[in-house]
Design a binder for this molecule. Structure first.
Ligand SMILES: C[S@@+](CC[C@H](N)C(=O)[O-])C[C@H]1O[C@@H](n2cnc3c(N)ncnc32)[C@H](O)[C@@H]1O
Length: 305
């Protein structure tokens, strides 16, 4: 059960969900036909101290391969892979048009600061709860990093803009913001506040990319049951449905940005994977249809998406 001021480390509650997505990135990285490389994901998952995720995703355990692992890889995993690709491309595009300030909201075990090629002068701010940031910094302490990465340990339901400014964020510069796998962990009003803060801190030319699950309309009870079993087998001691706040009653971010005169463009996760040679199986399509993937840009006048 969530409360307004609950908190966690990487092994519990919302923190543990970051392990699941990193494990999926580790699995993808190890595939012969990988559509991206995240060489840090496996190390981060390993540092958690439980290898059930990696074993499951690599299919080293026959039982798990046939049950939970197959479900995670073959159903849930497709959206996670698509969104990694989409947000990698998003940051690369922002770099190309000259953005040098990047903010990753709820960075979890995202290793983009380590693995992407950042133009000189770039600053990457990472916001998450203190223990989550601390875990990643310790796990990657010996890894070289070229970008100016600044940790902002803060709860995104609190006054995070102040914490961000205190670390040197400059609201007069265009910023590329990212909220990957975050919004359903916030109550609707905290999401509205977060988007309003982003807009407030965004100079013209800034952009925001995000994803959000739109509820469970298209998934069956059987899907939920198999998801719960698969996560339990992976050792993730969380019930996603208890961690998410409802979709119902929340502002659709597409509408929110359009109403604030940002240009909005939606990504198509299925088409994106297919463009990279990966066919999405029938079984994964209902889940894929339950997510919004989008970019919004605050125009400078001549900007298009
Ligand atoms: C599913 S993980 C996604 C992590 C990362 N963005 C990725 O895609 O790999 C969710 C992350 O959101 C963070 N998070 C959720 N609610 C938060 C809050 N109120 N304040 C700070 N971080 C939060 C969690 O700590 C966790 O790292």
């Amino acid at each position: 059960m969530r409360t307004d001021d609950d908190s966690w480390d990487i092994t519990e509650s919302v923190g543990a969900t970051a392990i699941g997505v990193a494990a999926m990135r580790a699995y993808e990285t190890g595939r012969e036909d990988a559509v991206f490389q995240d060489p840090y994901a496996g190390k981060l998952v390993g540092a958690v101290g439980s290898d059930s995720w990696t074993r499951m995703l690599r299919g080293q355990d026959e039982d798990l391969r046939e049950t939970g692992g197959a479900f995670i890889r073959g159903v849930m995993g497709y959206f996670l892979i698509a969104r990694t690709l989409y947000f990698d491309r998003y940051f690369a595009d922002a770099m190309e048009v000259g953005v040098r300030q990047f903010v990753i909201l709820a960075s979890g075990l995202d290793a983009r600061a380590y693995r992407m090629q950042w133009p000189s002068g770039s600053v990457v701010f990472e916001l998450d709860l203190p223990k989550v940031l601390e875990f990643k910094a310790n796990a990657l302490a010996d890894d070289p990093i070229e970008v100016d990465r600044r940790e902002v340990p803060v709860d995104l339901r609190q006054d995070w803009p102040k914490a961000l400014r205190d670390k040197g964020f400059d609201p007069s510069k265009p910023t590329a913001w990212l909220a990957e796998g975050l919004l359903r962990y916030l109550p609707g009003e905290a999401q509205d506040r977060l988007l309003a803060n982003v807009a407030e801190l965004s100079a013209p030319g800034s952009r925001m990319a995000l994803n959000i699950g739109t509820g469970e309309r298209a998934v069956s009870d059987e899907f939920r049951k198999r998801r719960a079993e698969a996560l339990a087998q992976a050792g993730l001691r969380v019930d996603l449905e208890q961690l998410w706040y409802p979709w119902e009653g929340r502002t659709d971010p597409r509408t929110w940005f359009a109403m604030h005169s940002w240009l909005v463009r939606e990504g198509d996760p299925v088409a994106l994977l297919e463009a990279h040679g990966r066919t999405v199986p029938e079984a994964a399509l209902p889940d894929m249809g339950n997510h919004i993937l989008m970019t919004a840009i605050r125009p400078r006048g001549d900007d298009t998406l």
